[in-house]
Design a protein around this ligand. Structure first.
Ligand code: C2O
Ligand code: CU
Ligand code: CU
Length: 504
C-alpha cells in the first residue's frame, strides 16, 4: 500500500466510535450527489428475448476525492447497473467474469429454474461467460443480484459486486411514482470501512455476524444527498450490507408509506415512521417532501434483540443520506388506497412442515455441503418452514426460488411490513418464524436451490442448505450431481489463496 495518509480536512464524514458504538448522526456532511444506478442497456434477440451483457470486473473508484481505491463492479468500478424487465418477458443475461477469480451471479428473489439461479453450482470461471435465460414470471418487485460462490460471497459482495433487478407488471402502472431516476430511485445501502481513503478489502470481523463498517455508502456514494424534484419520491431500499441491520427513519420523525416488500407490492400502503431491513431485504417506500426542504434519512435502534447485540451493531446510529427538495416541485400522484392482490396462502394447503434451526454457523447441526441435498420439495406443493435463531445471535433467513409469506413470528401475527411477499426475514436471537411457500414449478432433480443465512459471514462459514424441487416421479440425483460438486470444490480450493486485495 503506497498511498499517502489522508490529508487534514479531507474526509467528507468521520465516524465517531465510542467504545463499541459507531455513531455518525450529525457528523456527515452531505456533499456528494447520489443518483439511481444506471439502467442496463438491453436488446431483443431473434428469439424475442431481452438480452443484457454484464461484465464483472476489478476497477478503481474514488470514494473519496483524490483517493483511488481498488474495488469491484459490474460494467463499472463499483456496483452494477439496474436490470429491468417486464412480467412475461424472456431474458438472457450474458455474465462475463473478468475478475481473475472464480465468481457467480445470483438473482436474489427471482423465481426461475435452478440451473439459472447463479448459486454455488453455477460458478463462472475466470475469463468465461455464463448465459442464463428464463421467463420472468412473478409480480413487479425490486430484486437484486450478487455473487454466490461457496466460501467467498462476503468478499465479492463487499468489494462491490451487486445491483438491482427490477420487475415491472401492469398492476398500478402510472399510479405510483415511477420515473426511474427522477421520482423512483433505488438506494443500495452498504456499510464500509476505509483506511487512508481506500476501501478496506480485508473485510475484518467486527461482530458475531461478520463485517460491520463504520460508515455508509448509498449507491456507492459517501456523504450522499439526493435531489428531489417531485412532491413524493419512491425509494427502493436495499440492504446490501454483509451483516448490518438498518432501521431507517427520518430525522424529523415524518411518516411515509411502505408500498412493497421483498417480492412485490403490499395489498395496501403501510403508513409508518420506520423501516427495518436485514441484509438482503428490500422495501419500497414513498415519502412526501415540501419545496426547498432538506431532511435526513437515518438508521437507529434496529431491533436486534439481546444476546451479542453489543457486537452486532445494535447500538450504532448513522446518517444515511439527505433528501434535498428543489424550490418548486412537480405534482405527484396520490397514494392509492389499494395496491396489489396478495392472496394469503392458506395454512391448510401445506402438505409438509420442516423445521430449521440456525445456530453456530450450521442449520440443524449441519454445515453446508454442496454434495448433500437437505430437503426435497415436490413441484406443485406448499410447505411450511419453521425457522429459528437458536444461538443468541442474529440471522437473516433467505430462500431461493420462491417468495414466501410469514404466517407468524414467535407465534404472533406478523407486523404489516412482513404481510406481503418475502424472500428474506430477520431472526433476532430466540426468534422463530413460520413461513409458507409454494414450489409452483421448475423441477430439477440434479440442481439444487439454496436456503441460508444472509449474514454473509455466516453463509460463507456454512450456514446454508440445499433443496431440490422434484417433478412427478422424479428422484433427487445422487448428491446433486457429483460432477458439478467436484467442480465447485475445486473452484473453492483455488479461491482460497487469492482472497487478498485485488490488484488492478
Ligand atoms: Cu442474496 Cu442466496 O442470496
Ligand atoms: Cu437469493
Ligand atoms: Cu446468521
Amino acid at each position: 500500500m503506497a498511498l499517502p495518509a489522508l490529508g487534514l480536512g479531507v474526509p467528507a464524514l468521520m465516524a465517531t466510535v465510542i467504545g463499541e458504538r459507531t455513531d455518525t448522526v450529525g457528523k456527515v456532511s452531505f456533499t456528494n450527489p447520489v443518483h439511481a444506478p444506471p439502467l442496463a442497456e438491453s436488446r431483443i434477440d431473434n428469439d424475442g428475448r431481452r438480452v443484457f451483457d454484464l461484465t464483472i470486473r476489478q476497477g478503481r473508484r474514488e470514494f473519496i476525492a483524490g483517493r483511488r481505491s481498488p474495488a469491484w463492479g459490474v460494467n463499472g468500478d463499483y456496483l452494477g447497473p439496474t436490470l429491468r424487465a417486464g412480467r412475461g418477458e424472456k431474458v438472457l443475461v450474458n455474465v462475463s467474469n473478468d475478475t481473475g477469480e472464480y465468481t457467480s451471479l445470483h438473482w436474489h428473489g427471482m423465481h426461475l429454474p435452478a440451473a439459472m439461479d447463479g448459486g454455488p453450482h453455477q460458478l463462472i470461471e475466470p475469463g468465461a461467460t455464463w448465459s442464463p435465460t428464463w421467463e420472468i414470471d412473478q409480480p413487479a418487485a425490486s430484486l437484486w443480484y450478487h455473487p454466490h460462490l461457496h466460501g467467498s460471497t462476503a468478499q465479492h459482495v463487499y468489494r462491490g459486486v451487486a445491483g438491482m433487478f427490477l420487475i415491472d407488471d401492469e398492476a398500478m402502472a402510472g399510479q405510483l411514482p415511477g420515473q426511474y431516476g427522477v421520482d423512483d430511485v433505488p438506494l443500495i445501502v452498504q456499510d464500509r470501512r476505509f483506511t487512508d481513503g481506500v476501501l478496506d478489502l480485508d473485510e475484518p470481523m467486527a461482530g458475531t455476524t461478520g463485517f460491520l463498517g463504520d460508515e455508509l455508502l448509498v449507491n456507492g456514494v459517501r456523504g450522499p444527498y439526493l435531489a428531489v424534484t417531485t412532491e413524493r419520491i419512491r425509494l427502493r431500499l436495499l440492504n446490501g450490507s454483509n451483516a448490518r441491520v438498518y432501521n431507517f427513519r427520518f430525522a424529523d420523525g415524518r411518516s411515509f408509506h411502505q408500498i412493497a416488500s421483498d417480492g412485490g407490492l403490499l395489498s395496501a400502503p403501510h403508513t409508518t415512521g420506520q423501516m427495518q431491513l436485514a441484509p438482503g431485504e428490500r422495501a419500497e417506500i414513498v415519502v412526501g417532501i415540501e419545496p426547498g426542504e432538506r431532511v435526513v434519512l437515518r438508521s437507529e435502534d434496529p431491533a436486534t434483540g439481546a444476546g451479542f447485540v453489543q457486537h452486532d451493531g445494535g447500538p450504532d446510529r448513522f446518517d444515511v443520506l439527505e433528501l434535498r427538495a428543489a424550490p418548486e416541485l412537480t405534482e405527484s400522484p396520490p397514494i392509492p388506497a389499494r395496491l396489489a392482490d396478495v392472496p394469503r396462502t392458506a395454512e391448510a394447503s401445506a402438505t409438509r412442515t420442516r423445521t430449521f434451526e440456525l445456530a453456530e454457523h450450521m442449520i440443524n447441526g449441519r454445515l453446508m455441503d454442496m454434495g448433500r441435498i437437505d430437503a426435497e420439495a415436490r413441484k406443485g406443493t406448499t410447505e411450511i418452514w419453521n425457522v429459528r435463531s437458536g444461538d443468541g445471535t442474529l440471522h437473516s433467513f433467505h430462500v431461493h426460488d420462491v417468495q414466501f409469506q410469514v404466517l407468524s413470528l414467535n407465534g404472533e401475527q406478523p407486523p404489516p411490513e412482513l404481510s406481503g411477499w418475502k424472500d428474506t426475514v430477520l431472526l433476532p436471537p430466540g426468534t422463530a418464524a413460520r413461513l409458507i411457500m409454494r414450489f409452483a414449478d421448475y423441477s430439477d432433480p440434479d440442481i439444487p436451490y439454496m436456503f441460508h443465512c444472509h449474514m454473509l459471514y455466516h453463509e460463507d462459514q456454512g450456514m446454508m442448505g440445499q433443496f431440490v424441487v422434484l417433478g412427478p416421479g422424479e428422484r433427487a440425483g445422487r448428491g446433486s450431481g457429483p460432477h458439478r460438486t467436484a467442480v465447485g470444490h475445486q473452484a473453492a480450493a483455488e479461491l482460497t489463496p487469492r482472497r487478498g486485495r485485488p490488484t488492478g
